[in-house]
Structure formats: structure tokens, C-alpha cells
Design a protein around this ligand. Structure first.
Ligand code: PMT
Length: 222
């Protein structure tokens, strides 16, 4: 059916930030609101997909009819994604995953006894790269790239390195794009060097375009 291009497909999407604890009262995180990923979950559901949304802590309500798995840390997001991966046809990584976590999570609140405090960080697993490494040829991996400079070059680098099928780049320095806003300005890149540049649109409209592109590419494969 033309209006349900993702009918019969399972779409796994991550959204929101991850939250990396430091001590019982403190954490490291970022400004992701979950709006972009939640909009894709909603549009994919409308397009007929079975949707599983793995979400970091956000304040917006999930779309109706979508299975939500709530996580906090990147390591938990990784586990949730890996559990759902085998049965998923489309995997979209719109979450803003913290690249590092505190090497030690302190049992007690850190006291302000010294003028300087050094916190050691440890690299988090790269979930998208791991999915790219293990995915089957019939599975489609779509990533995001949040960049502040050299947007096209960095986005294409991530597309290749993480073995993604598509990457959606947002220049997060542009007003009306990126973290927290209701709109976004994105360019979609594929592995053949083709790109689709979208103007500033609501995140729901951006999501509708993304779902449409995915649908077209799935049908072109079969
Ligand atoms: O949530 P909103 O407020 O609506 O904002 C939307 C957004 C700006 C967060 C979203 O559009 C976006 O760009 N998400 C990806 C942000 C990001 O972390 O980009 P990155 O360039 O650091 O990572 C590249 C890709 O690898 C992403 O698909 C990311 O999910 C993935 N990644 C990164 C690090 C890591 N450890 N694991 C990952 O899977």
C-alpha cells in the first residue's frame, strides 16, 4: 500500500540523550530533547512499521502504539539495541550518545575539598558502529551526525566508518537546527555519494521525509 511504505517492517530507533552518572547526585549529559527521534518513531508508525523506541531520559510523551524501552547510560542503550537487533529491519540512531562516561561512579557525593578536581573519563561503546559491524545485508542502518564544523566531510566519514546505509547530518550551529528546537535543517547522504538537502522544516516534516526515503530504498532493494 502506497500510504504504508513500512508495512511489515520492524523499525528500531534510539532517541534522546544518555545520562552518565558521576556520583549519587551528579551526571554528564547533553541537550538532546528526543524530539527528532520521537518524530521519526511517530512517522514510522504512521507508515505502517512496528516501532521500538529506545529512549534516554526526556520530558516529551512517546507516540501512541510504539514500544518504549527506557534507558539512562550508553551501556544500557547498547544492551537494549542489541536485544532488539536481530528482529529489526531498520535501525535508526538519532540518540545523542555520550562519547565518554566517568571511569569511577563514586558511592558518595564528591566533596568540594580541593580547588581542582580531576575526573577521569572512559570511552563509551559506539552503538552505531557495533550495529554497522554485525548487521545483515537485509538490515538498513541510518545514523545521524551532529556537527559544528566541516559538516559534510565529518558526516561522510561517519557513514563510511560505521558502515551505515544513510546518514542524516545536522549543522547544530545553525539557528533552527539540532538540539532542543522544534525544527531541523538536515542533509541526507548515502553510500553512492548522493545527497538530499532539506530546508528548515518541523521535526515532524523532517521525519516524514526520512521515512519516505527509507521506504523508497527498501522497495528498490526487493
Ligand atoms: O533530540 P533533539 O533535541 O530533537 O535533537 C536531535 C539531535 C540533534 C540529537 C539529532 O538530530 C542528532 O543529530 N542525533 C545524533 C547526535 C550525535 O550524537 O551525533 P554524533 O555525530 O556524535 O554521532 C554519530 C552517530 O553515531 C549517531 O547516529 C549516534 O547516535 C551514534 N553514536 C555515537 C556515539 C556512540 N557512543 N554511539 C553511537 O551510536
Amino acid at each position: 500500500e502506497a500510504s504504508k511504505p513500512l508495512a511489515g517492517k520492524k523499525l528500531l530507533i534510539t532517541a534522546g540523550p544518555t545520562v552518565e552518572p558521576i556520583d549519587p547526585v551528579r551526571y554528564m549529559s547533553n541537550h538532546s530533547s528526543g524530539k527528532m527521534g520521537y518524530a521519526i518513531a511517530e512517522q514510522a508508525k504512521k507508515a505502517g512499521a512496528e516501532v521500538v523506541l529506545v529512549s534516554g531520559p526526556v520530558t516529551i510523551p512517546p507516540p501512541k502504539g510504539v514500544k518504549v524501552i527506557e534507558v539512562k547510560q550508553a551501556t544500557e542503550m547498547m544492551d537494549a539495541v542489541m536485544n532488539e537487533l536481530a528482529t529489526s529491519d531498520i535501525i535508526i540512531k538519532s540518540a545523542a550518545v555520550a562519547d565518554y562516561r566517568s571511569k569511577v561512579v563514586f558511592d558518595e557525593k564528591i566533596k568540594k575539598n580541593s580547588e581542582e578536581l580531576i575526573l577521569e573519563l572512559k570511552k563509551n561503546p559506539d552503538i552505531a558502529a557495533e550495529v554497522g559491524r554485525v548487521k545483515r545485508p537485509d538490515q538498513m542502518l541510518i545514523g545521524f551526525a551532529a556537527e559544528t564544523e566541516q559538516v559534510e566531510q565529518y558526516a561522510k566519514g561517519k557513514l563510511e566508518r560505521k558502515n551505515m546505509d544513510l546518514i542524516i547530518a545536522n549543522d547544530v550551529t545553525k539557528p533552527g537546527a539540532g538540539f532542543g528546537t522544534d525544527t531541523n535543517i538536515v542533509t541526507i547522504y548515502d553510500r553512492d555519494g548522493d545527497k538530499i538537502e532539506l530546508p528548515q522544516l518541523s521535526k515532524q516534516e523532517v521525519a516524514r521525509h526520512i521515512v519516505q526515503v527509507i521506504g523508497e530504498r527498501l522497495h528498490a532493494r526487493t
